[in-house]
Design a protein around this ligand. Structure first.
Ligand SMILES: Cc1cc2nc3c(=O)[nH]c(=O)nc-3n(C[C@H](O)[C@H](O)[C@H](O)COP(=O)(O)O)c2cc1C
Length: 369
């Protein structure tokens, strides 16, 4: 009951905080260079991308939101309808409680019922056992597994699991628990280069940085908790753009980099891709449009977002996602300060492209895609 109520609280507070979002993603002050000689016609833009070996027709997907309480089944059904109609992949919310209790399974399987052929991601805690991870994947015949990291949330949540010392050890156990790709994701606090490198050394190759600037679980739990000393932690986390810059410097050519955390427009999605992202996750904004305006408006919102992304690709002269990853960007303000304070150069570009050259995979001993 406690867990179910918490799931409902998360939705309520996410919507409440959404309206006062401080938009500190770090995307402000990052500019594209207009290409006055663009050779790209709008109808030739190709936005297909990959997450590990999964081909995505659209680079934006609906990231983890909910499941595990009777009242949220309709939300997952509607999100699955939106995913089907837009051709987007979709992640379910954490299945950790349900794989343990085996109740409310239908609040997750409804996603498969509504979208039998879609790309669906399972979602589990970093403290789950390999058997629980496998069960989560099996429950929805998932195409990939998201393992979420949420230290800030668990710390502030009175009933949170604070066994942080176990996480690394357990992640190593989860690495080979399932036969589908594994995505390690944050939940709104971002990932720093140091931890991405550590995860790489453990064998992980897909990272969803889920940075600060959108939904903040620290803020949500601070509201639930009510203790004034946690209020300041609403500001905790690495802004999404900064986390992407960190990640881009260390991501291997065969890795997948997913940007999320406060991304609300095709413009920001394009900025994230130009900083090296392969795909874009969105949660809070899709949830807000769905619950306030309904399925039709949510579909229109996402289609407009994709059209905006395509327009930017035309005006930067990029026909594909891979080309957009290489387009020049101009950094100013706080994000430029971040680049300098981390010892990077503003001309950085993700080491990319040869992931598509299958002949190099053996040489680099990396997984074939
Ligand atoms: C109501 C709500 C519930 C969420 N529950 C989960 C969850 O169960 N597992 C997870 O990995 N992330 C969860 N998230 C986090 C999102 O997947 C995402 O990482 C984060 O919200 C940042 O993206 P956004 O700013 O677009 O919302 C949830 C987000 C929202 C809004």
């Amino acid at each position: 009951m406690l867990r179910e109520q918490r799931k409902l609280d998360h939705i309520r507070f996410a919507l409440e905080l959404h309206d006062s979002s401080s938009e500190v993603t770090g995307f402000d002050g990052i500019y594209f260079l207009h290409n006055c000689l663009t050779p790209v016609n709008p109808d030739s833009v190709d936005i297909a991308t990959h997450i590990a070996n999964l081909a995505l027709p659209v680079p934006v997907f609906i990231d983890a939101i909910t499941g595990g309480a009777e009242k949220v089944k309709e939300i997952n059904r509607n999100l699955a309808i939106i995913a089907r109609r837009t051709g987007m992949a979709m992640a379910v919310g954490s299945q950790y409680g349900t794989v343990k209790s085996e109740i409310h399974t239908d609040t997750y399987t409804v996603v498969r019922e509504e979208n039998p052929k879609g790309i669906v991601f399972a979602n589990i805690s970093a403290l789950a056992s390999p058997e629980e991870a496998a069960k989560a994947v099996e429950m929805i015949r998932a195409d990939a597994l998201e393992i979420h990291l949420n230290a800030a949330q668990e710390l502030i949540m009175p009933e949170g699991d604070k066994n942080f010392a176990m996480i690394r050890k357990n992640l190593a156990r989860l690495q080979n628990a399932v036969s589908v790709p594994v995505i390690v994701k944050e939940t709104g606090c971002g990932m720093a280069a140091e931890q991405i490198q550590e995860l790489q050394s453990m064998g992980f190759t897909c990272f969803n940085i889920a940075g600060h600037g959108g939904t903040s679980f620290a803020a949500i739990e601070a509201l639930r908790n009510g203790r004034p000393r946690y209020k300041k932690f609403a500001e905790w986390g690495i802004p999404t753009a900064w986390s992407l810059i960190d990640a881009s410097h260390f991501i291997h050519p065969w890795d997948t980099l997913i940007a999320s955390g406060g991304i609300r427009s095709g413009w920001q999605a394009a900025q994230a891709i130009a900083m090296g992202a392969d795909a874009i996750g969105m949660s809070g904004n899709i949830l807000a449009v769905l619950l306030r305006q309904g399925i039709e408006d949510a579909v229109t919102y996402l289609q407009d977002m994709i059209d905006e992304l395509k327009d930017i690709m035309v005006l930067t002269g990029c026909r594909t996602v891979k080309e957009l990853q290489q387009t020049p960007l101009v950094f100013t303000g706080n994000t430029l300060d971040f680049i300098h304070s981390r010892g990077y150069n503003a001309l950085f570009k993700r080491k990319t492209n040869f992931a598509w050259r299958t002949d190099l995979h053996e040489f680099y001993n990396c997984p074939k895609i």
